[in-house]
Design a protein around this ligand. Structure first.
Ligand SMILES: [Cu+2]
Length: 96
């Protein structure tokens, strides 16, 4: 029984790690960068993990340093997820 529980825990941990790593990369275009509010406006394509189709909207960023990597007009690839109830960009980089 204990062995089974250990195996289940390991499987759950692996699944959680996989979910983290598996955030899909999304195409977008930067519309606005707000350093003070730590927010970015992106015109984005489909975001399967958030069940969103393309639109233009504001995201929080997990780390303000992300905002220094991009500027309005840039085509980007990013990942986003819900963090503490807020739609948050977790990674972003210029697309090339
Ligand atoms: Cu959206």
């Amino acid at each position: 029984m204990k062995k089974l529980f250990t195996a289940l825990s390991a499987a759950l941990l692996a699944a959680a790690a996989f979910a983290q790593a598996a955030l899909p990369s999304v195409e977008g275009e930067v519309r606005k960068v707000d350093l003070d509010a730590k927010k970015i406006t992106l015109k984005h394509g489909d975001i399967p993990n958030l069940e969103m189709t393309g639109m233009t909207m504001v995201f929080r960023v997990s780390d303000p340093a992300l905002l220094s990597k991009v500027k309005p007009g840039d085509k980007v690839q990013f990942t986003a997820d819900k963090v503490d109830g807020a739609l948050t960009v977790l990674s972003i980089a210029p697309a090339n």
